[in-house]
Each structure stands twice: as C-alpha cells, then as structure tokens.
Design a protein around this ligand. Sequence first.
Ligand code: ADP
Length: 705
Amino acid sequence: MKRSAVKLERRHPRRGFALAVAAISVLIVILAISVLALVERQRAAARDQAIMRVSYLAQSFADHASRILDMTAVLVQFVAGEMELGQRGGRPAAAEFPRPVLDRLATLTQARGVAVYDADGRVVLHASGDRALFENAAADVLARHRGAALEFVVTGLGGNPDSGAAQLLLSQRIDTADRRFGGAVAVSLSPRGLREFFQAGSPPGVAAVALLDTTGAVVAQSSGLLPAPPANLLASFRRVAGTGRGAEWHGDTLIAWYQLRDFPFSVALAATPNIIERGWRAEAIVYSLLLTILAAGAATSLWLIRGQLRRRAEADALLQGFVAHPPLIMSLRDRTGRYLMANPRFCKVFGKSEAEIIGRLPRDIFEPHAAERLEREFTQTVSAGQALTFEARVSTTEGDRDLVIVRFPLRDSDNRLLGVGTVSIDLTERKRAEEALRERESDLRKQAVELERLAHDNARQREAAEMANRAKSEFLAHMSHELRTPLNAIIGFAEVIEKRLYGESWERYGDYAEDIRRSGQHLLGVINDILDVSKIESGRYSMSPDRVELHDLVATCLRLVRGRAQENGITLDARLPAALPPVNVDAQATKQVLLNLLSNALKFTPAGGTIVVETEILPDRSLRLHVRDSGAGIEPAHLERIFEPFWHNASRIRHGAEGTGLGLTISKKLMELQGGDIVIDSEIGKGTTATVTFATGTVLAAPAA
Ligand code: ADP
C-alpha cells in the first residue's frame, strides 16, 4: 500500500490580524492623546479660571483698601481745613482739636490718632494714638511736604505688619496765608483692620493677602505668609507694576497683584493650587477609566478574535485539505447555480482555472449539452430536497470518463436553500475492468459451450462410428450368410448332378438344375442389391432429376409386375387423376422405388387380393405416391425394423418369392437422396400402405382445380 501523508497548509491570518491590532492600537493611542489633550485643556482652563478668580479677589481687596484710605484722606483734609481756619502765624490757634474733628476721628475705626506738625516738624497738637509715632515720622513728613504743593502723603512707618504694630500715616501740608509751608496734618492708621478684612475675606485656597508699598515691602497682610522668596516675586511684581495689575504662577503658587487707584499701594494675593477647580481631575479620571476599559475591551476582543481566527484558519486548512486531496471531483454552487467552490481535481479534469469557474454558471464554462445536463440535475436535486445520484459519461481533459455523481442540497438552520454540493467519483477504470471481466466471462462461457458441443459431437460421432461399425459387421455377417446360402445350394445340387447320386435318370436331375438356376438368380439379386447399397453409401449414386410424366412412369412399373399379379390372382390397379402435371424426379430411382414397393405388395398379398397405386399432390407442390395392398400386414414390432438391411420376415413370404431384405433399405436411401422419404403403415390381416413423399416443389405445375 502506498502511504502518502496529507500535508495541510495552515494559513494563519497573521497579516490581517496584525493590521487589526495596529489599527486598534493606533486608535487607542489617538484616543489617549485626545483624552490627554482634553484633560490638559480642562486643566489649562481651570488654571485660567483660577487666575481670573484670584485677579478678581485681588481687585476687591484693593478696592476695599482704597475705600479705607479714601475715608482717611477725607478725614485728613477735613482736619487740615479746620486747622487752616484757626491758623495764626503757622501755629494752631487752639490748644486742642475742635469737637467735630474728634467726632469724625471717632467714627473712623481704622484711624488711631491725629497730629498737627508745625513748619519745623514739631508735633504741636495731638489726639489719641501714639505721640512718639508721630514724632518719629516728623522728619519723613517734613521731607515729603516741604516745598511741595498742598497734598497728602501716605507713609508706611515700618514695624511688624503681622503684629499690627506697623503704622500707616496719611498727611497733608498746611499752607500759611502767604502760601508758605506752614506745617502738616497727619492721621495714623493701624493695618490690623485691613489684615482682619483680608483674613475674613479670603476664600479657601487663598494662602495670604497683603498690602505692599511701591518698593514691595509688606505693609499689612493676612495671617498666612506670603511666599517668602521675594526675589523673583519682586521682579515679576515690578514687571507688572506699570500695568497696575497682574497674575503669575510661581511653581505651584499663583500670585496676583492689584494696584490701588489713588494710593501708592498694591494688594498682593497668594493662592495655593487648591484654588484651581478640581472638576477637570474628575473628568480626567473618568476619561482615563473609560480609556482603560476601552483598551482592555479591545485587547480582550483582539485576543478572542485571534483565537477564533486561528481556529477558523485551522478549520479552513482542514476543509481545504479535505477537499483538495481525495481523488474526487467536488464543487459547490449557490442557490442561483453559480459556482462558489471547485476543488483542484475539478479544475484539472475540466481544464479550467479557479478564476474561470468561480462566480459563473455552467453555460459560461461548459459546452451546451453538458451545461444543459448540469442545469437539469441541479433543478432535480433542488426540487427533490435530498441527495440524488446520477451517472454520466463526461468529456474531460483525460478523455471520456464514467462518473457517479452525488448532488445534495445545502440548507441553513431555517431550512432555506443555500446551494447545492456535488461530489463525483470516476468509475471509468472499474467499469472497464468490469466490462473486460464480462467479456472474458462470456468468452469462457462460449468456449465451454463449444467444448461441450465438441464433446457431444465427439460422443455422437463415436456413437455413430460405433453404430456404423456394428452395422457394417452385421451387414458383412448377413451378406456372407446371404451369399453362402445360395452358393451352398448351388454347390450341393451341382455335386448331386456331378456324382449322379440319384442314378442316371435325367428327369430327377432336371429339378436340381432348376434349383441351381434359382439359387444363382437369387445370388445375382443379392449381389445387385449389395452393389446398389454400396454405390449409394459411397456417394457414387448420382441423381439426375428430370421432367417426368407420372402416368407414363406408373404405367411402366405396372406393366412389369402385371404378369406376376395375374399369375397369383391379384388385382392390380392405378387410381391416378386423368390430368396430372409433370414432376421433376430422377426417373430411374423413382421406378426402382415403385417397383420395390409393388414387388413387396405382391409378395405378401394372397390370391384374390388387390394392390392399388394412388397419387396425391400437396399444396406445397410436393408429391405423394401410395401403394396399398390387402395383404397380411406387418406386426407392429417388425415395423420398426423393416428398413434395416437384410431384415426380412421370411416366414410370411409366399413360397418362391423370398427377398434379399435390402429392398426397403435401398428404396429409403434413394428417396432420401432426392430429398424425400418413405413411411409404412400396416395392420395385421388388413394390409399395408407404403407412402412415398417427394420434396417440396417436385410438381412442376399447379394441379388443375
Ligand atoms: P424382401 O426383399 O425380403 O422383401 P424388403 O426390404 O423389401 O425385403 O422387405 C422386408 C420385409 O418387410 C419383408 O420380408 C416383409 O416381412 C416385410 N414387408 C415388406 N413389404 C410388405 C408388405 N407389403 N406386406 C407385408 N410385409 C411386408
């Protein structure tokens, strides 16, 4: 047995799968980038919003500080106005502040004290507050107001701004009547009020709020510390000083400034990252979570798809191998009859490429007769709804092939027809082998029959040969007996005469001579008959049929026997129709046969009997001659033997009329040589009828009606 391993081609969908993985990965990366961008935008927006919020806060704190300073300035101007009215020679006229001034001072909670300086900078009038503070600030106040127009000056007086010990001083110059420097009025303010306001007004996320002077020094601030490293802070502060407002990130801290409108101060505000809206983080988390789920889902799907693809690829490879390797012709057609699949054997057998088959109908591929058969079988299979088997002789690239074709409908789970599958097997070789076997069987049968026939013939021939041999031996025995009997008689009688056994009287020897003649005649008859038989047997007796008038022939024969009939008192009669058509027979042989029969009739018919010759013409123009006698008849047991050579019933023969036993033998053979026959019917005591039948067509013209 030839062993061949079926090699299956495993086609992995690697490329397609890798493309899918790449595409999905790219998609996920794009999504991740988009999410990041989105989150970043949200974060940036949140930071922008924080800047806006913080800037707005700084502005409100600055507005509040401005309002306090404004109110203080109004108080300073009011006091200066009061002082101007009472001024004399550069000195206040009153030893103390007028009542309205003190009242106003009392309403302004931030104000701590009020003082009046003379032109030399001495504190000449003072109410509440720390006098030392005013005195300490005198030089500064003079330096700012001397020579300047009437204006008020705000001076930070140092001290610890946190503890509230720091002081702010708002002052205004007082002129003399002749417009010379007459001194100044100053109101001191405590930054604590501001500090408390800053503190109370700070929302969560604001670390500290401070009031800075133009040098950046802190005048007042909320409890939190402004971020310490003021180097870059100052730098940015100065940078934005010209614009009056600004905000900047310093690391994680957002710093915003707002410059007061009419005063040389700015509000600075430091915010921690908490100030930023955290919404974007939640969004970022949600997006990241979604993205992670998506990526995990995609990865799981890809993994599952990969498994499925591999299984599908294996199943495909198995199916392809299953379809490609067996020596079967397989195809698949859709419900409209178009080819969906054709296996390699199909392509090879029909000499078409797959591209020439797929998607086409049979009539696009095969010659009309074959296509018509395919369509018919397709329709039959579809309407049968089950597998059908066909046999066809199909012309292929390998010559005419005998195929057994199985077609089966394919259906989906809803029993809808999807198409028809076909599997064909080539049985040409087997059929040829069967045919050869059948032929050989029939040859053998013929040979057997022939052998049987030969054996049969052989047996028959052997039997015939044996019979002939036996007949010949019998014939020779009879013949020698028949010859010896008369010869013995002749020799015996001749001896009697020769030795004159009965004396010298010739009368008696005359009878012996008569016996010798008769025996000699009989011997001649026997020898003549034997010669006739041997002539016929050896095939030397040639028939020469000729036109013969039956009347003449019968008359001749009757003439020859009439004498003997009359001698024996027998009536001889010929009952022939007056008009007899001529016949085509051998005249000599026919005469011999008729004479033989007449002589037999004469031998066995007693005196007073009758012998009649009749003719009969049959529709097939054959001729019959009947010789009827009213003689002794033949025993049925003898009837079977009368045609055997030398057989005769001597006991019944009338004296002096003995025969040789060859007459009927010769007659039958002569008739057979002419294509005819002799039949003898007989009944003991009634007579015998011999019927001679000639061949069809012997009568030359139709008998007269
Ligand atoms: P044979 O020369 O002895 O007559 P055949 O062959 O002619 O020999 O006849 C054979 C025998 O058939 C006869 O011996 C006789 O017994 C019988 N046979 C023939 N013809 C007749 C007949 N017409 N009537 C009675 N017996 C007949």
